[in-house]
Design a protein around this ligand. Structure first.
Ligand SMILES: [Zn+2]
Length: 123
């Protein structure tokens, strides 16, 4: 399953970041998935429920944000939102556009806890 391998890569990333911050627990993971990323948010959440088991993010909540598709026109320079099946300039209608947003799969935010600010001093 496509979503499962994405999830596993995500968990690796989450564990690494949490480790770098010295966190003992991850409370929340916020993802941004563009409409053109080729990922079904629903399938990803289901894969996540399995992928998060026995990781630092086992009880973390997964929040998925889906953003708009934004294109920039190579003809007139206008940029704006476009439709999934209609990637054309919103201003002049030309199809020669660059995708500036919409195919991303990003780890936006990580909420962690259990960070110890001061190293414990054993007495
Ligand atoms: Zn244009």
């Amino acid at each position: 399953m496509h979503e499962m391998s994405i999830c596993q890569a995500l968990m690796d990333q989450v564990e690494r970041i949490a480790g770098e911050q010295g966190a003992s627990r991850v409370d929340k993971i916020v993802l941004s998935i563009g409409p053109l990323a080729g990922v079904e948010p629903e399938l990803l959440s289901r894969a996540y429920e399995v992928a998060c088991l026995q990781t630092i993010a086992e009880n973390a909540e997964l929040e998925i944000e889906t953003g708009p598709i934004v294109v920039e026109c190579r003809k007139c320079g206008a940029s704006g939102e476009a439709g999934v099946s209609r990637l054309v300039c919103p201003s002049c209608g030309d199809w020669q556009v660059n995708l500036t947003q919409g195919d991303e799969l990003l780890l936006l935010r990580l909420e962690v806890s259990g960070i110890s600010d001061f190293p414990k001093v054993e007495s």
